[in-house]
Design a protein around this ligand. Structure first.
Ligand SMILES: NC(=O)C1=CN([C@@H]2O[C@H](COP(=O)(O)OP(=O)(O)OC[C@H]3O[C@@H](n4cnc5c(N)ncnc54)[C@H](O)[C@@H]3O)[C@@H](O)[C@H]2O)C=CC1
Ligand SMILES: O=C(O)[C@@H]1CCC=N1
Length: 316
């Protein structure tokens, strides 16, 4: 499902209150996308965090989001509860929420690495839980959201999630086992792209372009390449070949990228983010026993859930 059809502006706002537990960057950028796309009115969005002085709180308030330092206020007002706190905070937030949520709430966690079963174990048995990953590009309706369903979530919950997040980018259901790798790819992905644009424009500035022009053209090149890949369905190698004129400029540049290990670096980056995501699950699980051995197992490719369950961890 995609927000890029150009028709989303004509769609009506979704009549449902959405609450963010955690009022940081994710809550802010997602709220901006939801409000600016017309998906949800700002007055229907609630957010809470104990840190009230952060710039993101100020920006959320300016957007019209209803902020409270008390999570209880967000829980009471919202039907969809989005968990947007750091993974290591999750055990404490879930302990707090367990006394407040009921089966009318849909609880959607975006916390990197924190798996569905560890969330469900801390909440009432009938809690409807989903785990998701997205990125900050939701703010400009170009987010990439995926979700996996918990044991009590219903088909209509998935439909509702697709309706909401389809207004701020693409959204699809995936196997939960894929979400750590997706975090390394599209959760972290915009950060790789921002670094690339900055570095490309450094090169252009070195060659004499003004910075603003360099950044605009660098950014548009990435947007255009992504759009072309999606719309043509062609392999990236084929699209790349069409730019490389024989003896021309581009193939000389690509040779430099190959020598510098460009593709290998990107593969390493996605892997590093994925492995780190699995380590973050450790922070979100309250399990502090044998941390170094567990980290080594994660690097060796085992999923933390399996390791901890084999050790009898995650028992409430
Ligand atoms: N920033 C991003 O691009 C993305 C972040 N995520 C996930 O979203 C979560 C939040 O990330 P960010 O927004 O980047 O972090 P952040 O540090 O900007 O925001 C975290 C917020 O949680 C609040 N908080 C701390 N303790 C709390 C408590 N007990 N109750 C309620 N709020 C509490 C903090 O005050 C802060 O407002 C993380 O788990 C991250 O993995 C997922 C996808 C993308
Ligand atoms: O850096 C992080 O941990 C989060 C998850 C994906 C993007 N930001």
């Amino acid at each position: 499902m995609s927000a890029s059809s150009g028709f989303s502006i004509l769609l009506k706002a979704i009549d449902m209150n959405v609450g963010f537990i955690g009022a940081g960057n994710l809550a802010l950028y997602m709220s901006q996308g939801l409000v600016r796309s017309g998906a949800i009115r700002a007055s229907q969005i609630f957010a809470s965090s104990p840190e009230t002085k952060k710039p993101t709180v100020k920006d959320l308030k300016e957007l019209g989001v209803r902020f409270s330092p008390d999570n209880k206020a967000t829980v009471e007002k919202s039907k969809l509860l989005i968990l947007a706190v750091k993974p290591k905070i999750m055990p404490y937030v879930l302990d707090e929420l367990s006394t407040m949520v009921n089966k009318d709430h849909l609880i959607m966690s975006f916390a990197a690495g924190v798996n569905i079963s560890s969330i469900e174990k801390k909440l009432p048995p009938d809690a409807r839980v989903m785990r998701a990953m997205t990125n900050t590009c939701c703010a400009v309706k170009e987010g990439a959201t995926v979700y996996a369903s918990g044991k009590n979530s219903e088909t209509s919950d998935g439909e509702m999630i697709e309706q909401i997040f389809g207004r701020v980018g693409t959204v699809e259901e995936v196997e939960e086992a894929n979400i750590d790798a997706i975090t390394g790819l599209s959760g972290s992905g915009p950060a790789y792209a921002f670094e690339a644009i900055e570095a490309l424009s450094d090169g252009a500035v070195k060659m004499g372009l003004p910075r603003g022009l360099a950044m605009r053209l660098g950014a548009q090149s990435l947007i255009g390449a992504g759009r072309m890949l999606l719309e043509t369905g062609k392999h990236p190698g084929e699209l790349k070949d069409a730019i490389c004129s024989p003896e021309g400029a581009t193939i000389y540049a690509l040779h430099h990228l190959e020598k510098g290990g460009f593709r290998s670096l990107l593969i390493d980056a996605v892997e590093a983010s994925c492995v780190r995501t699995r380590e973050l699950q450790l922070q979100g699980s309250e399990d502090t026993t044998n941390v170094e051995a567990i980290k080594k197992s994660i690097r060796d490719g085992l999923h933390l859930q399996e390791i901890l369950e084999n050790n009898g961890a995650f028992k409430k």
